[in-house]
Ligand binder design. Structure first.
Ligand SMILES: Nc1ncnc2c1ncn2[C@@H]1O[C@H](COP(=O)(O)OP(=O)(O)O)[C@@H](O)[C@H]1O
Ligand SMILES: [Mg+2]
Length: 267
C-alpha cells in the first residue's frame, strides 16, 4: 500500500476545525497495513495529566466499532486525533483513506441553506447533485432549501450525516451524534445509520455513552478506561437486533460491569 507521510506539527485553528467538520484528509499516515485506522502507542497528556496511555487500536475496512467509556475517559480526545484535529500526541496514527466526522452538535453553517451545507467544500463534478443525492438518502430532499436554524434536532443531525457521507469517507467518526435526540428520533437515526453503513460500508468509530446504542449498531464494542482499551467485545448477532437476545443481555451486563455500573441499576 502506498504510504503518505504528513507532518504532525502545526497549531489547531478554527479553520482546521471547520475543515474536519466538513470532511478532511486527516492524520499523519505512517502505515496502516490493511486497516482503515491503526493506532499504536497513542499517548496524550494535558499538562501533567495523562489521559490516554500507550493505546493500540485497529479498525478494519467496513468495520463498525463503538467506543464507550465514562465521561472524561478520553473518547473525544482519541476521535479528535483520528480526525486530524489534534496533532500533539505521542505514538502513531495511521489512516490511509479519507475521514469524515459528525459531532453531537450538527455544526451546520447557519447562513447557508441545507443543500449548501452538504456540498460545502465538495470538489467533485456536479457537487450540487451529489449533495442532493446524499440529502435524499437521509430523507431530507424536501428541506434542501431550508435554513439550518429551522430544522429539528433530528433533521439537523441527518443533514450532518449527509455532509459527512457525501465525501464517501473510508473512516466515519461519530462523536455521540445522537445523544441530544429524543428516544424515538434516536431509534430512527440508528436505522438510518445502519442503512447508510450497509450501502456505503465505511469503517465507523462511534463514540457513545449508551451501551444499548453500541449493542444495536456495532460489530465490536470497546470500553475505554484507565487511558487505554480496557475491554473489547465482538457482537455475534445479526442485525436488526432484538435487545433481549441472550447474547446481548449477557454482553450488556459485561459492558456495564466494565464501566463500573452496578448490575441492579442496568434496567
Ligand atoms: N483542551 C483540553 N485541555 C485540558 N484538558 C482537556 C482538554 N480536552 C480534554 N481535556 C481533558 O481530558 C479528559 C478527556 O476528555 P475527553 O476526551 O473530552 O473525554 P470524553 O470524550 O471521554 O468524555 C478530560 O478530563 C478532559 O477534561
Ligand atoms: Mg466526549
Amino acid at each position: 500500500m502506498a504510504q503518505r507521510i504528513r507532518p504532525v506539527t502545526g497549531p489547531e485553528t478554527e479553520r482546521a476545525r471547520l475543515d474536519v467538520a466538513l470532511q478532511v484528509p486527516a492524520v499523519p499516515v505512517v502505515h496502516a497495513g490493511d486497516a482503515a485506522a491503526s493506532v499504536r502507542g497513542f499517548t496524550k497528556s494535558f499538562g501533567h495529566r495523562v489521559v490516554l496511555h500507550q493505546l493500540d487500536l485497529d479498525i478494519a475496512p467496513g468495520e463498525f466499532v463503538a467506543m464507550i467509556g465514562r465521561s472524561g475517559s478520553g473518547k473525544s480526545t482519541l476521535l479528535r486525533a483520528l480526525a486530524g484535529l489534534d496533532r500533539d500526541f505521542g505514538g502513531t496514527l495511521a489512516v490511509p483513506g479519507s475521514v469524515a466526522v459528525a459531532f453531537q452538535e450538527p455544526r451546520l453553517v447557519p447562513w447557508k441553506k441545507v443543500l449548501a451545507n452538504v456540498s460545502l467544500g465538495l470538489r467533485v463534478p456536479g457537487a450540487s447533485s451529489v449533495a442532493r443525492q446524499a440529502l435524499a438518502e437521509v430523507g431530507l430532499t424536501e428541506l434542501a432549501a431550508a435554513w439550518p436554524l429551522t430544522l429539528s434536532g433530528g433533521e439537523a443531525q441527518r443533514a450532518s450525516l449527509a455532509r459527512a457521507l457525501v465525501r464517501e469517507p473510508s473512516l466515519l467518526l461519530l462523536d455521540e451524534p445522537f445523544s441530544a435526540l429524543d428516544a424515538l428520533t434516536r431509534m430512527a437515526m440508528h436505522r438510518l445509520v445502519l442503512s447508510l453503513w450497509t450501502q456505503h460500508k465505511p469503517a465507523v468509530l462511534l463514540v457513545t455513552h449508551d451501551v444499548d446504542e453500541a449493542l444495536a449498531l456495532a460489530d465490536r464494542v470497546l470500553v475505554l478506561g484507565d487511558g487505554r482499551i480496557a475491554h473489547s467485545a465482538r457482537i455475534p448477532v445479526d442485525r436488526p437486533r432484538d435487545r433481549d437476545h441472550p447474547e446481548l443481555v449477557a454482553l450488556r451486563l459485561r459492558l456495564l460491569t466494565e464501566l463500573g455500573v452496578p448490575a441492579e441499576s442496568a434496567f
